[in-house]
Write a protein that binds this ligand. Sequence first.
Ligand SMILES: Nc1nc2c(ncn2[C@@H]2O[C@H](COP(=O)(O)OP(=O)(O)OP(=O)(O)O)[C@@H](O)[C@H]2O)c(=O)[nH]1
Ligand SMILES: [Mg+2]
Ligand SMILES: [Zn+2]
Length: 311
Amino acid sequence: MSAVAGIIVEGTGGVWRVRSRDGEERDAALAGRLKQEDRGNRKLAVGDHVTVEPDERGSGWRITSIAERKSVLARREPGGRHGERILAANVDAVLVVFSVAQPEPHVRMIDRFLVIAEANDLKAHVVLNKIDLATSPATVDAIAEPYLAAGYPVHRTSAKRGDGLEEMRRELHGRVTAVTGPSGVGKSSLLNALHPELGLRTQEISQSVNKGRHTTVGSKLIPLPGDPDGFLVDTPGLREVGMWGLPSGSLDQCFPEFAPFLGECRFQDCKHDTEPGCAVRDALAGGRIKPSRYESYLKLRGELVASENVW
Ligand SMILES: Nc1nc2c(ncn2[C@@H]2O[C@H](COP(=O)(O)OP(=O)(O)OP(=O)(O)O)[C@@H](O)[C@H]2O)c(=O)[nH]1
Ligand SMILES: [Mg+2]
Ligand SMILES: [Zn+2]
């Protein structure tokens, strides 16, 4: 039998589940030949495109080739000591979901998720869910404004009422999408509204129970019904707050709206804090950078510096 192409949807401990476009899933181990090959310390991850072939005994499958990755979602260990932990390969986009109310949007947390996406060079979208709970459209506009100004697409949705679902469906179609955001904002409800076949659990009771479970489970790709190239990335690692060992000096590059100003500060190593001649602060004063985003930058920078000092 000849080789079959597929994508890794699950796996740890050496056995990987490979799904081909016809929906067939096969468990396979990495061929010995590939284990020996120097692949730059690269471990397999969910989202990798591979081919599998029957093994010598014809009783199982082995992975015989791995395609180049176009992106990696990885988490660096603090201080860069232990290299990186790859959560998923070939992720096309990250949706950062939060709600207009219940719970109120937590701006610092949203910015943290956006920074993680930027640090991995992934396209991020902001999804503002539960717009049915907004007191007026102006409330929603005010929440969306800093993100639109930063250049992020902002989607307004209501899993309950159905607003924005067509737009979300188009966004997910044919892509590998990581959906993240705080607990209770309606991520599962939204995905169920789009694809009822997913049957995701909603309104999980205890966040602390959740956290415990999250640390033990690896990443998974969830196939989108009727969409052979569409997957959701279910990765507990993405929910762990903390800045992933990003060097504090690179944080400014993770705020896309800072980009036009980054070469313009008086000091080349400007931290955009209290330094004189800071172009970022000038842009803030001139209204070209939104105060909430700048505050997030300072806050997150403080956290990164503190973690660097620990290590
Ligand atoms: N009013 C309103 N309620 C919603 C909407 N979407 C979800 N909810 C409710 O919000 C609660 C939380 O929804 P979930 O879908 O479980 O939230 P989640 O983001 O998946 O939460 P975790 O799985 O804990 O991360 C549930 O009671 C939902 O019914 C919406 O658009 N409008
Ligand atoms: Mg959920
Ligand atoms: Zn500066």
